[in-house]
Design a protein around this ligand. Structure first.
Ligand code: THG
Length: 279
């Protein structure tokens, strides 16, 4: 299955047959005080620096999250989108829990964005699917619903199915729904990763959709996050993950290695190219 996103002019193809597409996670105020302080001053230099570094390191798409306490993201998200698109041609993944901010950002954006995210809650489906339809955006479908978060992979699969079904009924193409199996901190729940890995496998096998996840979530609260994220990334890709939200400065080499191992990088062209550019 193929999902296409667009920047101002550039198309990014996310194909379940690979290679993996990286959605850069770094424009996110979680533990980035400098992003909050610069955005509060309406200074976008640091956002642009984060964008450039991520693109240089292999990001194909940029996640854009400007949520922090006290922010008016209905104003700030579209402003950030505009500044990013004035400077870079990558597709954007609009990361906000506020449907009004998503809608305002889609109004400001060119190309075809990814909405991050819709979940199985009735309120989420009803508010966001019509917006996605109106602006021709793709969506991330997060595997949780009105009953909260389940730890049963079969139930997460059912929620994915429900989101896809509802999206299609609303006039959104099935391939424009990218499923997020819900990656959570393994420090808080020893089975967190195993449940998500199994959900990835099921969604890949049963539904055949593209799959994303906030891959760095799993290592919150632990030392040597890089090793943990790397191990988990390789296993996730093997099971069917195709477009992780992750830090390209740390994960691109593992992603290129996984693509090569899985036969999605003939003659190691992309693997060697990435290695040489880093020298
Ligand atoms: N699913 C979807 N969207 C998401 C998430 C998800 N968006 C937000 C989040 N989860 C994914 N993004 C991040 C961004 C940063 C980090 C983790 C997840 C992170 N950053 C390091 C830190 O906080 O210490 C800093 C990393 C660095 O130093 O480069 O951990 O699950 N759909």
């Amino acid at each position: 299955m193929i999902t296409i996103l667009k920047g101002r002019s550039k198309e990014v193809v996310i194909d379940t047959e690979g290679p993996v597409v990286i959605i850069g996670e770094s424009i996110n105020p979680t533990r980035r005080k400098k992003l909050v302080s610069t955005l509060q001053e309406h200074n976008f230099d640091f956002v642009l620096e984060l964008a450039k570094n991520q693109i240089d390191e292999g990001a194909d798409v940029l996640d854009v999250n400007v949520g922090f306490p006290g922010v008016d993201d209905v104003k700030l998200l579209p402003e950030t989108v505009k500044v990013l698109q004035d400077n870079f041609d990558v597709p954007l993944c609009l990361d906000s829990p506020n449907p009004a901010a998503i809608e305002a950002a889609l109004r400001a954006a060119e190309g075809k964005c990814l909405i991050n995210s819709v979940n199985g809650e009735e309120r989420s489906l009803q508010s966001l699917l019509p917006i996605a339809r109106e602006f021709g955006a793709a969506i991330i479908g997060l595997c949780m619903d009105d009953d909260g978060i389940t730890h049963d992979p079969d139930k997460r699969l059912s929620i994915a199915e429900k989101i896809i079904e509802r999206a299609v009924r609303e006039g959104i193409k099935a391939e424009d729904v990218i499923i997020d199996p819900l990656a959570m901190a393994v420090s808080a729940d020893p089975r967190a990763c195993i449940v998500t890995l199994e959900t990835i496998r099921l969604v890949h096998q049963e539904l055949g959709h593209n799959i994303t996840q906030g891959a760095s979530n799993i290592s919150f609260g632990l030392p040597d996050r890089e090793s943990l994220n790397a191990a988990y990334m390789a296993m996730s890709i093997f099971n069917g993950l195709t477009c992780p939200i992750a830090n390209p400065e740390k994960i691109t080499s593992i992603v290129r290695a996984a693509d090569l191992v899985l036969g999605r990088d003939d003659y190691a062209v992309r693997f060697v190219d990435y290695f040489q550019r880093r020298q």
